[in-house]
Design a protein around this ligand. Structure first.
Ligand code: ADP
Ligand code: MG
Length: 253
């Protein structure tokens, strides 16, 4: 049975998509069958893997709103063992359209039920909000991974995020676990980065990944080529750290 991880933080620009794409690619490289599920209307994971949004007829919107079968929207990617459930801008309407519907929080979980046995890992790239899309991801997931940018205000909003995770555990998904916080965009030259690392360790205790993702320009270039770092520059520092993260995730620490 697959493990489902939601990559969540209601802040934008903290490295959710970069982590979703590159963690998925390295899990796939290590021989696991992986599905990357894009539930951000911006569709950055979708374009980041080189999938042309103009060629997509049905996306995760149709699964959530029209009960369209999830397996019918899945497309292969250029990375072996890695499939994608794409998102397009159409998904922007889902947050509002779902409000009056029955079982609005469990639609993604229900959609996933039929495909879970096909994959070892399912990685969900969440939008920058704690709205219904993210609630669907947390309800469908076994674990939450929270990327945290080593910047000013890094910890702002984290209590709210933890609260939301607790509420979902209590009311919708009692088996949901907090997998770990992932420090991103670390810059060893700044005191600030080191300060954030300490603060995050104080806040999350041992639930912080040992792998820390540094700022790496190759990681920021890869999406504009529609490639994961595994294909774009496998010898870069960015590739090395996401491979290390994949190993940590495989060990389940
Ligand atoms: P989110 O999905 O949380 O909004 P992204 O993964 O899209 O965040 O990252 C925001 C921006 O920062 C993107 O332009 C991305 O390419 C860049 N970025 C992410 N991680 C790194 C990194 N480790 N080093 C350099 N740039 C990064
Ligand atoms: Mg994103």
């Amino acid at each position: 049975m697959s493990k489902v991880f939601a990559i969540t933080n209601q802040k934008g620009g903290v490295g959710k998509t970069t982590t979703a794409v590159n963690l998925s690619a390295y899990l796939a490289m290590k021989g696991k069958k992986v599905l990357l599920l894009d539930i951000d209307p911006q569709g950055n994971s979708t374009s980041g893997l080189g999938v042309n949004k103009h060629h997509i007829k049905k996306c995760i919107y149709n699964v959530l709103v029209d009960d369209f079968p999830l397996d019918a929207i899945i497309v292969p990617t250029s990375v072996k063992n890695l499939d994608l459930a794409p998102a397009t801008i159409q998904l922007a309407g889902a947050e509002i359209e779902l409000v009056p519907t029955v079982s609005r929080e469990v639609r993604l979980k229900n959609g996933l039920a039929n495909v879970r046995r096909e994959y070892d890992y399912i990685i969900i790239d969440c939008p920058p909000s704690l709205g219904l899309l993210t609630i669907n991801a947390l309800t469908a997931a076994d674990g939450v991974i929270v990327p945290i940018q080593c910047e000013y205000y890094a910890l702002e909003g984290l209590s709210q995020l933890v609260n939301t995770v607790n509420l979902v555990q209590k009311h919708l998904n009692p088996l949901l676990t907090f997998e770990g916080a992932l420090l991103t965009m670390y810059d060893a030259r700044t005191n600030l980065s080191n300060q954030v690392v300490e603060e995050v360790k104080n806040f999350f205790g041992n639930k912080v990944y040992k792998t820390i993702i540094p700022r790496n320009v190759r990681l920021s270039e890869a999406p504009s080529h529609g490639k994961s770092i595994l294909e774009y520059d496998p010898k870069s520092k960015g590739a090395e750290v996401y491979e290390a993260l994949a190993e940590e995730v495989l060990k389940g620490v």
